[in-house]
Design a protein around this ligand. Structure first.
Ligand code: C5P
Length: 398
């Protein structure tokens, strides 16, 4: 899959730079042509000689070769590349990428690159968790940079947490996916709705009813559909996530808002994935002033909301409709009930009983259930689950 691909491998000054040697080797073994650019500090972590030997090309560090004055043109490097991969990417380099600081050859090449760019962050857990780094990563992702997430584990500092660069094999897998996605616009011309996140049902101007959904699963599905060329309308309840690249996002608050927005989009859609955690009940009356406490207990009368998936199922025709089921008990029979009742093509079941599944995390463990039966899958990243769901949509595409 990487045969003949031109890859710039950018290495920055992180202890994880030693893994860049193996990474380079794997890329070359897959048939890629690799040119390595190192930041000056990176040379202290891994020698240019190692990287030059493995990549079979001289290493580029300076803007020009001090021996003969020849320029290392960042513009032609940027044009040459089919992909620019920065691994490891330090917090410092990520921040400079966001702001456009161009004080080394790697950064000037980044600014000139016309290709897709991927980064594999590596740093200590506190630096990674810092709001600045997180915002920088989110900004880069919004601008289309592929983020190859670090893993949790033991760090060079001896601390344990998230920040360790992904293993070279994993990075190569993600790079292959990037090329695969660029190649196959298998869903071009199709339009899908994805609902995601939590709805918010106000009680008064201060309080509300909501749930723990973060929207991660739905956002990953929207991103995967868009990567395969589909037009995607993401109807989103509350979430802190950035809009995936190429996705049209409509923000809503209540279940009623989400119902209206989704039904309005449904006419033009070829299918929908109902991933949102929609409130089943909403306060009958919303107080226009803050409710005052008294010594008595209080009762809030709740009324049923409309079931969006059910409404779409009733007017589905030959289109595709996918639902989610998050269960705590009788998982499979509950999910099968939803399949029938809501006229879904398949249900993605996740149980809160499974470790690593459900709200907030980056992983999920799902069972896909359709009228032919069920298939249980192992624990995977939400991105992998999204690919699995979209593969199944493609199989059923009409
Ligand atoms: O019936 P239950 O809420 O468990 O069904 C979950 C599925 O139905 C999810 O796909 C969810 O997004 C969808 N749903 C909906 N509208 C509602 C409630 C659930 O679309 N009001």
């Amino acid at each position: 899959m990487l045969q003949g691909k031109h890859i710039i491998l950018g290495i920055t000054g992180s202890i994880a730079a030693y893994k860049a040697a193996m990474l380079c080797r794997l890329l070359v073994r897959e048939g890629a042509e690799v040119r390595v650019i190192m930041t000056p500090l990176a040379k202290q972590f891994i020698t240019p000689l190692t990287m030059a030997t493995l990549s079979k090309h001289p290493i580029l560090v300076e803007f020009f070769n001090p021996e003969n004055g020849e320029w290392n043109s960042h513009v032609s490097l940027g044009e040459w590349a089919d992909l620019m991969l920065i691994a490891p990417a330090t917090a410092n380099t990520l921040a400079k990428m966001v702001t456009g600081i161009a004080d080394n050859l790697l950064l000037t090449t980044y600014l000139s690159a016309r290709s897709k760019v991927a980064v594999a962050p590596a740093m200590d857990l506190d630096m990674y968790a810092h709001v600045t780094t997180q915002q920088n990563i989110a900004t880069l992702a919004e601008r289309g940079v592929a983020i190859i997430e670090p893993e949790a584990g033991e760090l060079a500092s001896g601390l344990i947490g998230k920040g360790r660069m992904a293993e070279p094999e994993e990075i190569v897998e993600q790079i292959k996916k990037i090329f695969a996605a660029e190649r196959k616009a298998s869903l071009a011309g199709k339009r899908y709705i994805v609902t995601a996140g939590a709805t918010i049902e106000p009680i008064d101007p201060v309080r509300y009813i909501t749930n723990h959904s973060t929207g991660k699963m739905g956002y990953a599905i929207a991103e995967e559909l868009a990567m395969r060329g589909a037009d995607v309308v993401l109807i989103s309840g509350r979430t802190a996530l950035p809009t995936p690249k190429g996705v049209q996002r409509v923000d809503v608050t209540t279940a009623e808002d989400m119902y209206r927005a989704t039904v309005a989009e449904w006419q033009q859609a070829d299918g929908a994935v109902m991933c949102a955690a929609v409130a089943d009940y909403t306060p009958k009356c919303v107080a226009d002033k803050k409710l005052k406490k008294s010594d008595d207990d209080m009762c809030i009368e709740l009324v049923r909301t409309k079931d969006i998936a059910h409404q779409l199922g009733a007017t589905k025709g030959k289109r595709i409709l996918v639902g989610f089921a998050l269960e705590t008990d009788n998982e499979e029979s509950n999910a099968e009930g939803k399949l029938q009742r809501k006229n879904l093509d398949f249900v993605v079941l996740n149980s809160l009983r499974d470790a690593g599944a459900g709200f907030g995390g980056d992983t999920n463990k799902v069972t896909l259930i359709d009228s032919n039966g069920r298939k249980e899958h192992p624990l995977m990243s939400k991105r992998e689950v999204a690919a699995l769901i979209v593969d199944k949509i493609e199989q059923q595409k009409r």
